[in-house]
Design a binder for this molecule. Structure first.
Ligand code: NAD
Length: 266
C-alpha cells in the first residue's frame, strides 16, 4: 500500500485527490493538510462517512507523524516550492500539480531530489487529453509555424497564463523558432489586447470566467487555412488517472520528472 498525504486538501483539486486516493485499492490516505478547515474530518469535507483523517495545517508535523511515501500537492504558487522541499527532506516523494513555480525554484528542487535520490513528479497538466493536445500542437508547428494560444480557466485561478499554456508555447517555440505574430507596427488600443508573448514570440491569451474548468485552444494559421487543436477538462476527474499514475510511478523514480508525457510516452 502506498501511503499518501494530500497537501491543499480543502481545495478544488485537493478534494478530488482525496476522493480518488480513498477509492484506490493500492493506496491509503494517511494525512490531509490545508491552511483552511483545521480539525475537520476528511469524510465531512467530501460528504462521505468519517474517515478518521482530519485536516491539519502543519505539513511538516503531518509528515513526521504519518511517515507517508508520497505527498500530493495542489496548493498555490507561493506555497508549493517550500512544501516540496519539506517533503523531500523528510524522505517523502512529491507528486505536484500546482502551477506557477519559477524556473529558479524548479531548478533548486531538481538538484535537491537528485541529491536525495528521491522521485518527484511535477506536471502542469495531469489530463491525458491535454498532454496529447500539447504533443499534437508541437507536431503541427513544424508545418504551420504561425500559432496563437488561447487558454480558458475558472475565475479563481491565481496564475496567468496557465502552466499548460506556458509548456505548449515552450514546445512550439522549440520546433518553429522565433516568429513575431502580427505586424511589427501593430498598435494595441487597449494594453494587453494582443495577449502576452512567450520567448520565441508565441502569443498567449488568458480568459477567466465562472463556469469554466480548464480549456485550451491552439490555433494555427497557414495559407488559406486554419487548424485548431482544442482540449477541454469539463470536470476535475479528468486529472485523476494522471495523478494516480504519477503516485504509482514516483515510487520507482530518482530525481524530478517534469510533465506527464515523460511517464506516458517513454
Ligand atoms: P484551490 O484554491 O481550490 O485550492 C488550493 C488549496 O491550497 C486551498 O484550499 C488553500 O487553502 C490551500 N493552501 C494554500 N496554501 C497552502 C499551504 N501552504 N499548505 C497547504 N495548503 C495550502 O485551487 P485549485 O483549483 O485546487 O488548484 C490548485 C493548484 O493546482 C493551482 O496551482 C492550479 O493551477 C493547479 N492545477 C493543476 C492541475 C494539473 O493537472 N496539474 C489541474 C488543475 C489545477
Amino acid at each position: 500500500m502506498i501511503r499518501v498525504v494530500v497537501s491543499g486538501a480543502s481545495g478544488r483539486m485537493g478534494r478530488e485527490v482525496l476522493k480518488t486516493v480513498l477509492q484506490a485499492g493500492d493506496m491509503v490516505l494517511v494525512g490531509a493538510v490545508d491552511v483552511r478547515g483545521e480539525g475537520q474530518d476528511v469524510g465531512s469535507l467530501l460528504g462521505v462517512p468519517e474517515t478518521g483523517i482530519t485536516l491539519q495545517t502543519a505539513l511538516e508535523r503531518v509528515l513526521v507523524e504519518t511517515s507517508p511515501d508520497v505527498m500530493v500537492d495542489f496548493t498555490t504558487p507561493d506555497a508549493v516550492a517550500e512544501n516540496i522541499k519539506v517533503a523531500l527532506h523528510h524522505g517523502v516523494r512529491p507528486v505536484v500539480g500546482t502551477t506557477g513555480m519559477s524556473t529558479g525554484e524548479l531548478q533548486e528542487i531538481r538538484t535537491l531530489a537528485e541529491q536525495l535520490k528521491l522521485g518527484c513528479v511535477i506536471a502542469p497538466n495531469f489530463a491525458i487529453g491535454a498532454v496529447l493536445m500539447m504533443r499534437f500542437a508541437a507536431e503541427a508547428a513544424r508545418y504551420l509555424p504561425h500559432v496563437e494560444i488561447i487558454e480558458l480557466h475558472h475565475d479563481q485561478k491565481l496564475d496567468a497564463p496557465s502552466g499548460t499554456a506556458l509548456k505548449t508555447a515552450e514546445l512550439v517555440a522549440a520546433v518553429r523558432g522565433d516568429i513575431r505574430q502580427g505586424l511589427p507596427a501593430e498598435m494595441e488600443k487597449i494594453p494587453g489586447v494582443r495577449g502576452g508573448a512567450f520567448d520565441g514570440g508565441v502569443r498567449i491569451h488568458s480568459v477567466r470566467l465562472p463556469g469554466l474548468v480548464a480549456h485550451q485552444e491552439v490555433i494555427f494559421g497557414g495559407l488559406g487555412q486554419t487548424l485548431s487543436i482544442r482540449h477541454d477538462s469539463i470536470s476535475r476527474e479528468s486529472f485523476m488517472p494522471g495523478v494516480l499514475l504519477a503516485i504509482r510511478r514516483v515510487m520507482h523514480l530518482e530525481g524530478v520528472v517534469y510533465g506527464l508525457e515523460n511517464l506516458l510516452f517513454e
